[in-house]
Design a protein around this ligand. Structure first.
Ligand code: CA
Length: 536
């Protein structure tokens, strides 16, 4: 009797299971992860204080949600990418800095999605040391220039080998992504990571965007002329000032006539272009560069005038590259609409960190100061996120992996540092949501063992009001009250009125290091002093 009952139960279950599996399969959302490089929040229309228009990117926020307090754990390319893939802080995934070797055998969320029946693909900028192996089922990534790839006629590498495509990087990555979507196995949910180089340096816009914004004066950030008065002295000595930007960083180069007379003067970023592309560049940039030469010769680019000029050149090229990005995001969103995929696809727009666009006189990232510590994050998920949702809770890039696993119905392993964002996406901040976040940056040094950009290593903690930064190689600290001093101009570490908060945050920093099992940073190794021509 017992055997018969078991048999009946098994048959009933067997008849139900396929149905349930099919329903779960069809309900499981697709994921489109749109990712850029070095995208400052100030150059996204949906963010407060934006200086430009990005209607397509803004669509993701207005039809879904925007995170106003999303922070990276380590503000630089490779570590950020590793934290997104692993859901872990740098010390746990091994990518402390841009020179760390990627261990592709470690746990990553795309492989888990693949194992659970999703079709997975990565197209565009990977920028980890070592090509992908089985992290994604399909991958085609930018190669050349140390994995940065070129803006023009870029080389790619995939499992079948290298290839080169004529055209502009942002357009090509979009073409390849849409092509993959068209050819995919439509019976399975997908994860597509379309990862752009733009607006990373050398900021070369698409041909159609090169001539735009002539005569436009972009607003200057209020801290463009920061004198670093209350900061630790080494902060002023870093090599990332707009005032120190050179030719290629600002699209300043020889004119067509100068190049014809001396072809050896061709800058690196022009070498990648074919003659027709170069002609368009010359048409747009030669008049600007002739004007620059005149101003320089007349002594009109000294001191603040020079900084103002460099800032305008720099920000205009940034916005031109962002325009190319925005248009292509629009193309992908239009494809989702036309193919009926929009309603069951989670669309994420993000970047590997924020960026200083003139704030504190800088054009870089790396610091725990707000502009590079924050990263853009907007998510559209029909039926889950109410259109126009604004999320102010503290989130980090380590939260993306657990969020996407949860969306796919996969349990999040215990060792993952991040937390699924689902409650926040539904409009609720759970009472036990994190109250503060950890930051660790390892690519720095000291005068004896100089790091990248002559920067110090640092780590710190930020809550919804205060920030404490430890420059441990110098036994030095900074403290900011972000409510009273949102631009972080008044280091309050030694002020008696903050003594209690400083002590509290020191204890929180120790607690977070313990929670995430962050070991003491590796010893500094002396490096040869160098001043990079272009940022990494
Ligand atoms: Ca970056």
């Amino acid at each position: 009797m017992k055997l018969i009952l078991t048999l009946i139960a098994t048959l009933v279950l067997a008849s139900l299971l396929p149905l349930h599996a099919t329903e779960a399969e069809s309900a499981r959302p697709n994921i489109l992860f749109l990712f850029s490089d070095d995208h400052a929040l100030r150059t996204i229309g949906a963010y407060e204080g934006s200086i430009n228009k990005t209607p397509n990117l803004d669509r993701i926020a207005s039809e879904g949600g925007i995170f106003t307090s999303a922070f990276v754990g380590n503000s630089i390319c490779c570590p950020s990418r590793a934290s997104i893939l692993t859901g872990k802080h740098s010390a746990a995934n091994g990518i402390l800095g841009n020179s760390s070797n990627w261990n592709g055998k470690q746990w990553v969320y795309p492989r888990e999605l693949g194992k659970a029946g999703n079709q997975t693909a990565l197209i565009g900028k990977w920028h980890l040391k070592g090509n992908p192996t089985d992290e994604f089922q399909h991958w085609e990534v930018l190669s050349g220039s140390g994995g940065q790839g070129s803006y023009y006629n870029p080389e790619f590498v995939s499992a079948v080998g290298p290839s080169k495509t004529e055209g502009y990087s942002t357009d090509i990555i979009t073409d390849k992504s849409i092509d993959w979507l068209k050819k995919r196995d439509a019976s399975k949910p997908f994860l597509l990571c379309a990862q752009f180089k733009a607006p990373h340096t050398p900021r070369t816009p698409a041909l159609k965007d090169m001539a735009s914004y002539d005569g436009v004066v972009f607003p200057e950030p209020p801290t463009l002329f920061d004198d670093y008065a209350t900061r630790q002295p080494f902060v002023a000595d870093t090599w990332m000032k707009i005032s120190g930007m050179t030719g290629p960083g600002l699209n300043i180069g020889p004119t067509q006539e100068e190049l014809a007379a001396n072809p050896k003067k061709m800058p690196h970023f022009l070498e990648d272009m074919n003659p027709a592309q170069r002609a368009v560049w010359h048409k747009a940039y030669d008049p600007r560069n002739r004007k620059y030469a005149k101003l320089k010769a007349a002594g009109k680019l000294n001191g603040k005038d020079g900084i103002r000029y460099a800032y305008q050149r720099y920000i205009a090229d940034t916005v031109r590259c962002v325009d190319g990005l925005d248009g292509n995001v629009g193309r992908i969103l239009a494809y989702l609409d036309a193919s009926g995929l929009s309603k069951n696809t989670i669309v994420i727009y993000s970047s590997d960190q924020g960026f200083f666009t003139g704030e504190h006189g800088w054009a870089e990232k790396r610091w725990m100061y707000e502009e590079s510590f924050k990263f853009p994050l907007m998510i559209r998920w029909p039926g889950t996120i109410k259109p126009g949702t604004r999320i102010d809770a503290l989130v980090q890039n380590i939260d993306l992996a657990p969020t996407l696993l949860t969306a796919a119905g996969i349990a999040v392993p215990k060792e993952i540092h991040g937390r699924p964002l689902q409650p926040l996406l539904a409009g609720t901040t759970p009472p036990d949501w994190r109250k503060d976040i950890l930051y660790t940056y390892y690519d720095g040094g000291t005068p004896k063992a100089r790091g990248e950009y002559n920067m110090p290593r640092h780590m710190g903690v930020r809550d919804d009001r205060y920030k404490l930064i430890s420059f441990y190689d110098y036994n030095a600290w900074e403290f900011y009250d972000l409510k009273d001093d949102p631009n972080e101009l008044h280091n309050g570490y030694d002020k008696s009125e903050y003594a209690q908060e400083v002590e509290r945050l020191k204890a929180r920093l120790a607690a977070l290091k313990s929670q995430y099992q962050i070991p003491e940073p590796p010893k500094l190794v002396a490096k040869k002093k160098r001043q990079p021509a272009t940022p990494d």
